[in-house]
Write a protein that binds this ligand. Structure first.
Ligand SMILES: N[C@@H](CCC(=O)N[C@@H](CS)C(=O)NCC(=O)O)C(=O)O
Length: 214
């Protein structure tokens, strides 16, 4: 099976990179340089008109959307136990990933690019302030879910990778998550995983390559 992951540094494509690594999958990574607009090139738009990552190509077939990609990885590599075995728990895991993708991510995207959602002059700070307040509420919910646990379920699963990315992005935006002790512990635990270490080293190498090409 040929697996290729379209990826860009910093983005939510980090989550499937971690999950594929946890699965022990052999996969090719195709980095896109957003600064150079490679995600909006005519060539990429033919593959993904949404101009987003992650995008998975499996034996030439295209799969977009993080939740679907993460679910595909978990189903394809069952030995890695990337979703809980119990059907109800499995749905809870999919619910968590949908929340990362559809609940948390849109507020991160607003902070990343306020003018994309509001182009009224002088409103940037306001968009960021409101998105940050919403995120604080969401991270409080995550903090409660993680209380007394190492991971969302009784072992590492795909939602942990997805949430790790969301939390990393929020921290990069300097959201003050210090009060969320369980989120912080989860973040530090994730940073210690070999899959995350591999990802971070890979990210640095891609960023170095992009810098050389700038
Ligand atoms: N719902 C999508 C969102 C993907 C997404 O927004 N990716 C961002 C990076 S974090 C992206 O590629 N943005 C480029 C763009 O919107 O042009 C998913 O969960 O896969």
């Amino acid at each position: 099976m040929d697996i290729a992951l379209y990826y860009a540094p910093i983005t939510c494509a980090l989550a499937p990179y971690i999950t594929l690594t946890e699965a022990g999958a052999t996969f090719e990574v195709r980095p896109l340089n957003f600064r150079k607009g490679q995600h909006t090139s005519p060539e990429y738009l033919k593959t993904n008109p949404k101009h987003k990552v992650p995008l998975l190509i499996v034996d030439g077939k295209v799969l977009s959307e993080s939740v679907a990609i993460q679910t595909w990885i978990a189903r394809t590599f069952p030995h890695a136990r990337l979703l809980p075995a119990d059907p109800w728990q499995e749905l809870q895991a999919i619910s968590l990933m949908s929340w990362c993708s559809g609940g948390i991510h849109p507020f991160l995207a607003r902070i990343n690019s306020p003018p994309r959602v509001c182009d009224v002059a002088g409103t940037e700070a306001s968009v960021t302030k409101l998105a940050s307040a919403n995120l604080m509420e969401l991270f409080k919910i995550a903090d409660d879910l993680l209380a007394g646990r190492a991971f969302f379920f009784d072992h590492f699963t795909a939602p942990d990778a997805h949430f790790f990315w969301a939390q990393r992005r929020a921290r990069q935006f300097e959201l003050d998550l210090a009060g969320f002790k369980h989120c912080t512990a989860h973040f530090e635990r994730m940073l210690g995983r070999p899959s995350v270490q591999k990802l971070l080293a890979f990210e640095t190498s891609v960023q170095d390559e992009f810098a050389k090409a700038a």
